[in-house]
Design a protein around this ligand. Structure first.
Ligand SMILES: C[S@@+](CC[C@H](N)C(=O)[O-])C[C@H]1O[C@@H](n2cnc3c(N)ncnc32)[C@H](O)[C@@H]1O
Length: 172
């Protein structure tokens, strides 16, 4: 649970779509650090930050694997981005070490569904290939890294098992 005044890191923040929801929880005393590989995405995020008049958002252009987390982070979030990072396991491990005791890492992303739907994966991947999605990505399982590096984990699936949300907390 995020609290007023927390520092939250978002990995692969894109245009900053999640920032407003984070701001509701952390308030003006808190801080958002949005990390993304793409300067174009960050330019759009910067526009959003300016329009909203937020003064507590820092945008960092970096691959997730190259980013050094600050210490004592109140929460880490990544939505539809972490599977794109080949070194996702190391990123989750480093994030876990940066979290304040009891605070959570949350990953929302796509996965290969179980059962007969997995046979449709090549078609699905074909449709979303402009977003740098390939079948290779289905071999990446960040939710298992959450289980490896954090405690008190949760895992839920939606959209016929194609989307999952996994979370875990740093030891208290
Ligand atoms: C599908 S978008 C999701 C954006 C945002 N999280 C959202 O839910 O709206 C994926 C984002 O991840 C970023 N990205 C891809 N690979 C990355 C990496 N290795 N490190 C950091 N960001 C990455 C892309 O530039 C893009 O902005």
């Amino acid at each position: 649970m995020l609290r007023s005044g927390d520092t939250v890191v978002e990995i692969g923040c894109g245009t900053g779509l999640n920032f407003a929801l984070i701001q509701e929880k952390i308030g003006p005393e808190g801080r958002i650090i949005g990390v993304d590989l793409s300067p174009e995405m960050l330019a759009q995020a910067a526009g959003r930050v300016q329009r909203m008049g937020w003064t507590n958002v820092e945008l960092v252009q970096a691959a997730a694997a190259d980013y050094s987390f600050p210490r004592n982070v109140g929460g880490i979030l990544s939505t539809f981005a972490l599977t794109l990072e080949p070194e996702f396991d190391a990123v989750i491990e480093r994030g876990a070490q940066a979290l304040a005791p009891g605070r959570r890492w949350v990953v929302l992303d796509l996965r290969l569904p179980k059962g007969w739907l997995r046979h449709l994966a090549p078609l699905f991947v074909f449709l979303v290939r402009p977003f740098a999605v390939s079948l290779e990505l289905t071999k990446r399982h960040p939710w298992e890294s959450i289980g490896r590096h954090l405690g008190d984990t949760t895992y839920e699936e939606g959209y016929f098992g194609m989307v999952y949300i996994a979370s875990g907390s740093a030891p208290t």
